[in-house]
Ligand binder design. Structure first.
Ligand code: TYM
Length: 338
């Protein structure tokens, strides 16, 4: 039986944080054992907002190394760089030409990012979700493991595939593009900021203290947790709508310690913040320690990372090219003669 296919990616926009890991990468690590898994460093997405050219290549290698350090295994999965496979941009163009503009204008992340940027919004930022649809659809993907914030983008990818390609251009009975399903695992799907329990943890938050990065040294983790926003209620609890910070930090503790919500509640229900925070810091530091040790080893050897990425490129290219040809043919473009 053929295995179901998984595709996902992270932008190389600085160090990855707990949200990226718990919402996405940690699930990839499990899925690669049972699914045919493609993971990509989506560098073309990272240039849709103003970026520093001197950092992008460095961040791309570092992101790939963080995938590996988290447990992505090139023997089990395919790891590659988005910009090195031209089919991503080509399919994006083909999808651009069939997607209504008003579908794009209602994308929540576009609206949020555009507001922050004022006059300096690129066409690329508006097009971001179509490039993401191209990424996913190129690999005939079954499942896309992502955080909650990507749900609308996944719905768009399905709508483009179904309504604008399959229904419009289908000639034989075989669908041209496969419809992907999001895989959003509740516990890590929305990790919130340490300084505002109503905002998601994000790489673009100007306050570093709002997020814990996978590569933060132990002292910094302790400091960030110590400064994390709290409240003045007595005891700790999950799911109280007026205590978003308590819910987020307890949830983090559950994920970092590997204990169920029930046992975390039992352990922490009577704790004050002063007792709880050092325990959370300790659990986080020891969970991240093996990732940090592996990362330090890997990053000493960029040639090996590049070798893995080159191999990944060859494997990914073959699949991507076949899908691209299928779409070009369906859209009626002249086929090259051999
Ligand atoms: P990026 O780099 O912004 O986020 C990468 C992944 O991390 C998840 N995530 C979170 N999960 C839980 N809590 C958070 N606070 C949090 N912050 C981020 C995101 O949901 C995502 O899964 N657009 C994608 C990149 C992309 C992509 C793709 C993903 C481009 N093409 C194709 C899947 C398939 C993004 O959000 O990147």
């Amino acid at each position: 039986m053929t295995r179901k296919r998984v595709f996902s990616g992270v932008q190389p926009t600085g160090d990855l944080h707990l949200g990226n890991w718990l919402g996405a990468i940690k699930n990839w690590v499990d899925l690669q054992k049972t699914h045919e898994t493609f993971v990509c460093v989506v560098d073309l997405h990272a240039i849709t907002v103003p970026h520093k050219p001197e950092l992008i290549a460095k961040n791309t290698i570092s992101t790939a190394a963080q995938y590996l350090a988290c447990g992505m295994d090139p023997k089990l999965c395919t790891i590659f760089i988005q910009s090195q496979i031209a089919a991503h941009s080509e399919l994006c163009w083909l999808l651009n030409c069939v997607t209504p503009l008003n579908w794009m204008e209602r994308m929540i992340q576009f609206k949020e990012k555009a507001i922050k940027q004022g006059d300096n919004v690129s066409v690329g930022l508006l097009d971001y979700p179509i490039l993401m649809a191209a990424d996913i659809l190129l690999y005939d993907t079954d499942l896309v493991p992502v955080g909650e914030d990507q749900k609308q983008h996944l719905e768009l990818a399905r709508d483009i595939a179904q309504q604008r390609i399959n229904s419009t251009f289908l000639t034989k009975n075989e669908p041209i593009l496969k419809l992907p399903e999001p895989l959003i695992i509740k516990e890590g799907a929305k990790i919130m900021s340490l300084i505002d329990g109503n905002k998601k943890m994000s790489k673009s938050d100007p306050n570093d203290g709002s997020r814990i990065c996978l590569l933060d040294p132990p002292e910094l983790i302790t400091k960030k947790i110590k400064r994390a926003k709290t409240d003045s209620f007595v005891g700790l609890e999950f799911d109280n709508p007026v205590r978003p910070e308590a819910n987020n930090l307890l949830n983090l503790y559950s994920l970092m310690s590997g204990s169920s919500k029930e046992s975390v509640l039992e352990e922490c229900i009577e704790m004050g913040w002063g007792v709880f925070k050092p325990i959370l810091a300790e659990a986080t530091i020891s969970k991240l320690e093996p990732i940090q040790i592996r990362y330090k080893e890997l990053i000493k050897n960029p040639e090996e990372i590049n070798r893995i990425l080159k191999e990944g490129k060859t494997q990914a290219q073959e699949v991507a090219q076949a899908t691209l040809q299928r779409v070009k043919l369906a859209l009626g473009l002249l086929q090259e003669m051999d």
